[in-house]
Design a protein around this ligand. Structure first.
Ligand code: GUN
Length: 294
């Protein structure tokens, strides 16, 4: 199939959704509520700095208040937990996001567990993880939610389809599998998770009607690993050296886009695929958290 694939344009969908959110924020303003998101960044990880900046910009775009808290990379766990306790009690703050990864002296799970589940717009608190797995109403993690929304908005309902996810992280692979296997609209998929210890991985990825790459290895998924006519969602964001760029690097996904796109029905680009959707779902969760407040 040498035809050009359909490009699943996350930027376009994200812009449309954000335009809708401006109306929702205006409706909340009539009730004297401005949704507020607190973002905590510990340390100076360059990728995290970019994400945090993009989140602040996106909040401003739709009228969500953004409260940024930067802590040094030597920050103690106690100091971070104290800040979270303060934000849990702060009425202007409806959502709290602790940018990951955290420096190694800090226990990540302990920190995530300290966020009030009602303000956990990342959907990482065990209460929300458990509720989501049980099919109860909960905040769901933004990147998996963004992947699902993209599939649905482009007419690729996962119901009855074999979805193969490459990667088993708590941020993407695991929650995405839990979401897509639910007995619920927009889900009902048959889900397989592959990871670094999977034997004969290409024989499994080749069975996918919908293949989702979230393994964090640049251009890991090659054309020979993909079924003809599959739909491919690339969650990866990897910097690789490129001397022709002013910055000295360029972004690639976990999928070899040029090779794979010759074979598939539809594919997300990197950048401009899942990335813009992640931030959009974060805004959506923050607005939802504000709506829930009396
Ligand atoms: N680091 C990479 N992805 C994410 C995310 O979705 N949320 C947070 N908090 N940190 C991340």
């Amino acid at each position: 199939m040498a035809k050009k694939p359909r490009i699943i344009d996350g930027k376009k969908v994200a812009n449309r959704m954000r335009a809708e959110m401006i109306g929702e924020v205006a409706a909340l303003a009539k009730r004297k509520i401005t949704p507020g998101l607190a973002v905590i960044l510990v340390g100076d990880n360059p990728a995290s700095q970019v994400y945090v900046r993009m989140k602040g910009k996106a909040c401003a775009e739709v009228g969500v208040n953004s409260f940024e808290h930067r802590l040094p990379k030597t920050c103690t766990e106690r100091r971070l937990l104290n800040l979270i306790a303060k934000l849990n009690a702060d009425k202007r703050v409806h959502g709290i996001l602790v940018q990951l990864p955290l420096p190694k002296q800090i226990n990540e799970q302990k920190v995530l567990n300290a966020v009030d589940p009602d303000k956990d717009v990342d959907g990482f608190h065990p209460v929300n993880v458990g509720k989501m797995l049980n099919g109860e109403d909960a905040f769901v993690p933004c990147t998996p939610h963004g992947c699902q929304e993209l599939l649905l908005r482009y007419g690729y309902d996962p119901a009855g389809k074999h979805v193969v996810i490459v990667g088993r992280s708590n941020i993407v692979g695991k929650p995405l599998a839990a979401m897509l296997m639910q007995k619920a609209a927009g889900a009902n998929a048959t889900v397989t998770i592959c990871h670094s210890r999977t034997k004969n991985l290409p024989s499994i990825t080749k069975q996918a009607d919908i293949l989702i790459a979230a393994i964090g290895v640049p251009e890991f998924v090659k054309a020979r690993m993909v079924k003809e006519g599959a739909v491919v969602i690339d969650v990866g964001v990897n910097r690789i050296e490129d001397k022709s760029k002013k910055s000295g690097y360029r972004l690639v996904g976990d999928v070899d886009f040029n090779g794979v796109s010759k074979k598939v029905k539809a594919i997300t680009p990197v950048p401009g695929g899942v990335g813009p959707m992640t931030i959009t779902m974060l805004l959506k969760n923050t607005i939802e958290a504000a709506k829930r407040k009396k």
